[in-house]
Design a protein around this ligand. Structure first.
Ligand code: F3S
Length: 275
């Protein structure tokens, strides 16, 4: 069986940057996981003593808090600063952007629509910047019963599929006088998505590696499933079931933006060894 990696996969710019920041700030803690990959989080804790807490309230004056790539809600950031916590911001610049847009457009009187997952930390953070509130939707259907102003500003979660974002824009544009559509989907996501689309069309089995809570990995998996019915989302080599590969000719591999190379390599090695 041939094994091939997608042309673009794995670590994105924002994750690389955040890991570097965390490594440079030993003996600190992140509020919420820095990235959505538990194995890499464990490595940072073991090798750099970068801890993890699930509440911003657990930081005291003088502590060092590394802000996760997904960002945190505005009021929590303000609370940390007011308490004199040493804040080291590892929010991805592609996430800071929609935060700024939400704040500016909300203050200019636009109704803010966010296309994304309301429960995802990135969206909780982005939404908090809309001074006069924002609506979060995942499909045009959810817009049907909303009472909205004439002026709309639309942003997307960085890891969303562009095709789905266009559906939201297509719904809003004919119904409102002004719709400002901001392309806040990040390039790394585009590149990994394009590459998985391409390889999943020729593969008869696809392995997508990444955290089960990683939004961009889930998007890659969904694109892969559209083209290759034998697609599997795994976190690491321990999740592999070698019976999946029986009779297969071409195994395509991709990985989410927070999946480190060492995990990808372990998966490739395990598949090769068990052929
Ligand atoms: Fe940033 Fe895009 Fe990565 S938003 S964290 S560069 S997937």
């Amino acid at each position: 069986m041939k094994i091939e990696l997608a042309e673009s996969y794995g670590f994105c710019f924002g994750v690389k940057r955040a890991i570097k920041i965390a490594e440079e700030n030993k003996n600190s803690a992140t509020y919420g996981p820095l990235i959505h990959n538990s194995k890499e989080i464990e490595r940072l804790e073991k090798d750099y003593n970068v801890g993890l807490t699930d509440s911003h309230k657990s930081f005291s004056s003088g502590d060092k808090a590394v802000i996760r790539t997904h960002g945190i809600p505005k009021n929590e950031l303000e609370e940390l600063k007011a308490k004199n916590v040493n804040v080291v911001d590892a929010t991805c610049p592609y996430v800071t952007k929609p935060q700024q847009i939400c704040q500016e457009m909300s203050e200019q009187g636009y109704d803010i629509i966010i296309f994304g997952d309301e429960a995802h930390p990135e969206i909780k953070g982005v939404k908090s910047y809309a001074t006069y509130g924002a609506r979060v939707v995942t499909s045009p259907k959810e817009l049907e019963n909303l009472k909205l102003k004439e002026k709309i500003a639309l942003v997307a979660q960085t890891t969303r599929r562009v095709e789905d974002y266009l559906e939201i824009a297509n719904y809003l544009i004919p119904r409102h006088k002004e719709v400002r559509v901001f392309n806040t989907i990040c390039n790394a996501t585009f590149e990994n998505q394009e590459a998985v689309r391409k390889i999943s069309k020729k593969a008869d089995i696809m392995i997508i590696i990444g955290g089960k809570n990683s939004s961009n990995t889930k998007q890659l998996f969904s694109i892969s499933q559209d083209n290759c019915k034998d697609s599997y989302h795994i976190e690491d080599e321990k999740d592999l079931d070698f019976s999946w590969f029986k009779g297969k000719q071409f195994c395509g591999i991709s990985a989410g933006a927070s999946t480190p190379d060492w995990i990808i390599q372990n998966v490739v090695d395990a598949i090769e060894k068990n052929q």
